[in-house]
Each structure stands twice: as C-alpha cells, then as structure tokens.
Design a protein around this ligand. Sequence first.
Ligand code: ATP
Length: 331
Amino acid sequence: MYLSLRDVTKRFADVVAVDHVDLDLTEGEFVCFLGPSGCGKTTLLRVIAGLEELDEGRILLEGRDLADLPARKRNFGVVFQSYSLFPNLTVARNVAYGLECRKWDRARIDARVGEMLDIVHLRGDAGKHPHELSGGMQQRVALARALAPEPSVLLLDEPLSALDAKVRESLRGEIRDLQKRLGITTIMVTHDQDEAMEMADRIVVMNSGRIEQVGSAEDLYWEPATRFVGQFIGRLNIIEDPALRDRLGAGGGASVLAIRPEHVSVGPDGMFEGTVRKLAFLGNTMRLDVETSGQNMEIEIHGRREPLTVGDTIRFALPENRVRRLAASPA
Ligand code: ATP
C-alpha cells in the first residue's frame, strides 16, 4: 500500500470529527472523500496533511509512520478552496515559492516553474499578479504551486467549489488529466456527488466521521451498502409503507427496502397503482412523483411515451431483482 490510514481518530472537544477511519490508497490513485457538511472529510484531509494532529491511529506512507513529520516535511501538495495565493507575488514567484523554501538552485527552479506553467496552460501569464487572473486561472496557479516540488501525494480541499459551473466542469477534466499524466496519488474532498463520480477512481463516502462505504462510482451506485450511501449517490425511493413492504415479501425485518426511480417499471400490468402528483419533463427523462399507499414514489421514465398529466392514475411494478435490501447504518 502506498498511503495507509489505520484507526485514525480526531476529536474537537466532545465532537468526534473523524472516527476510527481505516483506508488504503494505491500509488497513482485518485480518491474522493464525499459526504455532507460536517461529516469530517476536511478534518480527515487536514490530518493527513499534518495540519491537524490526530488523537489516535497512524498514517503510513510506503510503510513509514508520519507521526513525527510536521506538515512542511511531509512533501504533500495541498490546494484549498480559496486558492490562497500570495497576492503580492507574480504567478511565477507563487509557483517558485515551495522550491525556494526547499533551496533548489535558481536554474532548476526556473526550469520547473516553466514546466509547471506549461502544464496548467499559464506560461503567458507568468508575470501577472493573482488579482489579474480569473478564479479558474488562480486555482490552476495553486495547482501548479502544489505540484512543483514533486509531492508524494496531492491533497485537494474542495478546489472547485468557489468557481462558477462552467469553469468547474472544465477544470474537473483538466485536473483529472493532469493527475493521470503525472501519476500522482491524489485525495480530493468534495460534497458534490457528480464531481466525485466523474473524477475519482474510488469514492470514500463519509457520514458522522466514519466511512460508510468505499468503491468506484459504479459500485456505490449499483451496490450501495447502506441507506445513507444509496440516498447520497443518485436518487433512491425508500419503501416505507408496511402494505408495500408486505407485498414485496419484506416481512417485519429491520432491513431497508429501496428502489431507484429508473427501475420502477410503469405499465398496465404493474401490481401497484398510484396517482401522479408532480411531473417534470427533463428531455429524454420524465420524472414523476407518484402517491401510492400513503407514500411518495419517484419514478423516471425514459424515452417518449403517452402524455401524462397531474392527477392521472398509473400502474407500475417494483421488479424483484431491482429492489435493494440495505442496512440502515454501517455494519
Ligand atoms: P464541510 O464540508 O462543511 O467543511 P466537512 O465534512 O469537511 O464539512 P469538517 O469540517 O471536517 O467536516 O468538520 C467535522 C466536524 O468537526 C464538524 O462537527 C465540525 O464542526 C467539527 N470541527 C471541524 N474543525 C473544527 C475545529 N477547528 N474546532 C472545533 N470543531 C471543529
């Protein structure tokens, strides 16, 4: 394993921000920490960076315990949401900063700065100051600055969330390409499900300081381990109504029965009946809110079909092989 977290715990007074986290990263992997606000993802990243001390557990890089290495000695590149560039330094000097701290010689610094600015397409802006650049450009400078000293791990803390949607989209691809090209092991914190699904090799879904599940976007979507993961990655109907549960053979058990909106099958032979309460036409998809047995069922229909209106009664089936049985909380 390249980077290993063993039983990592971090508390702030009586808040357990990170609660006994175990995780292994292979070299060159891109991992996202994904979860709602307050789940501990930023704290976990900061603990790895050495910006917060851990209370329990160990962090190992290629088998070496990092406990005694302060942040500046870890050789991890860090990029924050707010760019944190030095406003009074030019783009080139910002990128050179870490290399100067490491006492690289001038010629080597100049060569490396040029190389990094090429990589982030900012060679022509080397002499500008941060305030002369757009947010997206500033974040590319921050990325170049973090990568210049050839860090062993790149840590990105919501690097795209301050940018507008268009820039964010294009930077997603740019960061991912760059990461692949350099083969640098990367951890990115995000609360944006789409961002994590598009960029990460593996997603670590966090909830209340703990890891709920780790897997590829597809693993998490198709095989969510818990109700929380199922609802956080994509949309999910939880089948609450006892009558519906009975008809699906759930028995009185505690397991959560769930189905994705696109797996509900609408048609005249369906076993269930409901009333359309809301309709949204989204191009190739129609999203319906259907009231059935006292609960709402979100249903997605793809492709063209007979027009529907609010108040219509429709029949639908909940195919057995599409109904998921989920744990209410992590095992
Ligand atoms: P967000 O996306 O809102 O940043 P997050 O998932 O990154 O959320 P953290 O910022 O890691 O979550 O916070 C986890 C928990 O630890 C929260 O309850 C938060 O209030 C608490 N916390 C974080 N930093 C501190 C601190 N410096 N002092 C006290 N409590 C803190």
